[in-house]
Write a protein that binds this ligand. Structure first.
Ligand SMILES: Cc1cc2nc3c(=O)[nH]c(=O)nc-3n(C[C@H](O)[C@H](O)[C@H](O)COP(=O)(O)OP(=O)(O)OC[C@H]3O[C@@H](n4cnc5c(N)ncnc54)[C@H](O)[C@@H]3O)c2cc1C
Length: 426
C-alpha cells in the first residue's frame, strides 16, 4: 500500500467510474479548469463486454474531446441482412456528423479516453471500489467511501467533493444505494459477444443480422434476437447477438445456445469456429430509454449506463455516454461558479433538461419501436417488405443510428425531429 493510495481524496468533483461516461465527464471538467478525481474499481487497461462499434454520433463526441484517432479502424456504413435481402447503407456526411464510423476494442478505447482526461489534469484513482455515498444531514451527497486493495491490505478511503458523478455503468451501485431505482417498465437489452480471427477483419462495413437462422436462411428455424459482425481491422471481428424487450422482465435469451447454433451455420470461409475464437463469449445488460432518473438530484449527477442512456433503437451506449459527460461537465462548471447551494442546483437543472431535449422524444419513439419489433412476426414483415425500399431505408438508417440533424437538415431529419417532439419525453 502506498501513501498515495492511503490518502483520503478531496476535489471539486468526484466521478465514480472511468468508462466512456466518466472519462468524458472528467475530460470536459478538467478542460474547464475544474478539479476532478475519478475512482474506478478496475485498473486500466480493462475489458468491457461490448460490440466495440462507434457510429458517427460517437465519432462526433470523440472529435469534441480532441481524441487523436489516427490508425483507428474506420467503416463507411452498415450492411443490413434480413428478410432475404442484403442492403448496404453508407453513413451520410452531414452538417454535424462525419460520413464514417469506427470500431475500437474497449480494452484500448476506455484506457485511451481516461488517460486523455488525465493528460488534461483529471486525477485517476484505479483499484478504488466505491462502496457507498457520504451524505449530509439533509441527505445531500458530499462524497463517497471506497475500498482499496484486497485481503489483509484492504483499507477504506473517503473522497469528498461539492458534486459526485455516478458513472458506474449498468450496476449503478451508488445511485441505487441512494434510492434511484431502475424503472422496470423501460426497455432493457441483453447481448453477448466474442472475437474470432477472420478474413473479414478488414472489411469496410459494420454488419447487422436482423434474423438469426438455425440453418440455411429461410429454410430453417428463426432463432430469437439479432446479430452483428464488426470488423476490428486487427485480424479479428467482434461477433455478437442480443435481444431487446420493452420491459426489464421479458429479457431472457439462451444466448450461448443461440450463438452456437447461429455461428455454426454461417459461411465456413468467415472462420467463426471454436479454433478461431479469441476469448470467451460474455454477456451483459443494456439499460435503455432513461430507465434510471432523475439525472441530477441533491449533489448526485448520473451519466451513461447508470442513467439508462443506451439507445433502444440500436443498443448503442457509447455515444450517449460521451455526450452526457459533455453536457454534465458544462452544467457542473456553471454550477460551481454560483455562490449558493440553491444557485448550484439551479444551474445543475440545465443538465437533465438538455438530456431530455436531446434524447427524451427520440427515446420515447424508441420505446414504441421496441414494442413493435419484439413481436417476431412484425419484425419479419418489416425486414421482408421494408428493407428493399431504398427511400424508406435512408430514413430508417438515420433514425436507428441517431444519425439525424437536431436542427435543420433534410426532409428525413425534419420528420424525425417532428415525431420526436410529438411524443411525451422519456
Ligand atoms: C454485448 C454488448 C455490446 C454492446 N455494443 C455496443 C456497441 O457496439 N456500441 C456502443 O456504442 N455501445 C455498445 N454497448 C453498450 C456500451 O457498452 C455501454 O453503453 C457503455 O459501456 C456505457 O458506458 P459507461 O461509461 O456508462 O459504463 P461502463 O462502460 O460500464 O463503465 C463503468 C465503469 O465504472 C466502473 N465501476 C462500476 N462500479 C464501480 C464502483 N462501485 N466503484 C468504482 N468503479 C466502478 C467500472 O469498472 C467501469 O470502468 C454494448 C453493450 C453490450 C453488453
Amino acid at each position: 500500500m502506498t501513501d498515495e493510495l492511503a490518502r483520503d481524496i478531496v476535489a471539486d468533483v468526484v466521478v465514480v467510474g472511468a468508462g466512456p461516461a466518466g472519462a468524458a465527464t472528467a475530460y470536459h471538467l478538467a478542460s474547464l479548469g475544474v478539479e476532478v478525481a475519478v475512482l474506478d474499481k478496475a485498473t486500466f487497461p480493462r475489458d468491457k463486454i461490448c460490440g466495440d462499434g462507434l457510429t458517427p454520433a460517437a465519432v462526433h463526441e470523440l472529435v469534441l474531446m480532441g481524441m487523436d484517432t489516427t490508425g483507428w479502424t474506420r467503416n463507411r456504413g452498415l450492411t443490413v441482412i434480413g428478410g432475404g435481402h442484403t442492403v448496404q447503407m453508407e453513413w451520410p456526411d452531414q452538417k454535424s456528423l462525419p460520413g464514417y464510423g469506427m470500431t475500437r476494442a474497449r480494452m484500448s478505447l476506455d484506457e485511451e479516453l481516461i488517460r486523455h482526461g488525465v493528460a488534461r489534469g483529471a486525477r485517476l484513482y484505479e483499484g478504488h471500489m466505491v462502496t457507498g455515498a457520504i451524505q449530509d444531514v439533509d441527505g445531500r451527497v458530499t462524497g463517497v467511501t471506497a475500498r482499496v486493495g484486497r485481503g489483509a491490505s484492504a483499507h477504506n478511503v473517503t473522497a469528498r467533493a461539492k458534486l459526485v458523478v455516478e458513472a458506474g455503468g449498468v450496476s449503478a451501485r451508488l445511485a441505487t444505494s441512494m434510492g434511484l431505482r431502475a424503472n422496470d417498465r423501460r426497455p432493457m437489452g441483453v447481448a453477448a459477444r466474442t472475437y474470432f480471427r477472420s478474413p473479414r477483419s478488414n472489411e469496410e462495413w459494420m454488419e447487422s443480422h436482423l434474423e438469426l437462422w438455425s440453418g440455411e436462411p429461410g429454410r430453417s428455424d428463426l432463432l430469437p434476437g439479432y446479430g452483428w459482425v464488426f470488423p476490428m481491422g486487427d485480424g479479428t471481428v467482434n461477433v455478437g447477438l442480443g435481444s431487446v424487450a420493452s420491459t426489464a422482465h421479458a429479457t431472457a435469451l439462451p444466448y450461448r445456445q443461440v450463438f452456437a447454433e447461429w455461428t455454426s451455420h454461417l459461411p465456413e470461409e468467415w472462420g467463426f469456429t471454436p479454433e478461431n475464437q479469441v476469448g470467451p463469449l460474455r454477456s451483459a445488460a443494456l439499460p435503455m430509454s432513461f430507465n434510471r432518473k432523475p439525472h441530477y438530484v441533491e449533489g448526485l449527477v448520473v451519466v451513461g449506463d447508470a442513467g439508462g442512456m443506451v439507445s433502444p433503437f440500436n443498443g448503442e451506449g457509447i455515444a450517449p455516454a460521451l455526450k452526457a459527460g459533455r453536457l454534465a461537465a458544462a452544467a457542473i462548471a456553471q454550477g460551481l461558479s454560483r455562490t449558493t447551494q440553491a444557485g448550484l442546483d439551479r444551474a445543475m437543472s440545465a443538465y437533465p433538461e438538455q438530456l431530455r431535449d436531446e434524447y427524451g422524444g427520440y427515446y420515447s419513439l424508441g420505446r414504441i419501436f421496441v414494442r413493435l419489433i419484439e413481436n417476431p412476426k412484425i419484425m419479419h414483415l418489416c425486414t421482408r417488405y421494408g428493407l428493399p425500399i431504398p427511400r424508406l431505408m435512408t430514413l430508417v438508417h438515420k433514425l436507428l443510428s441517431d444519425g439525424f440533424e437536431r436542427s435543420g437538415g433534410d426532409f428525413d431529419d425534419r420528420l424525425i425531429t417532428t415525431l420526436a417532439k410529438a411524443v411525451p419525453k422519456a
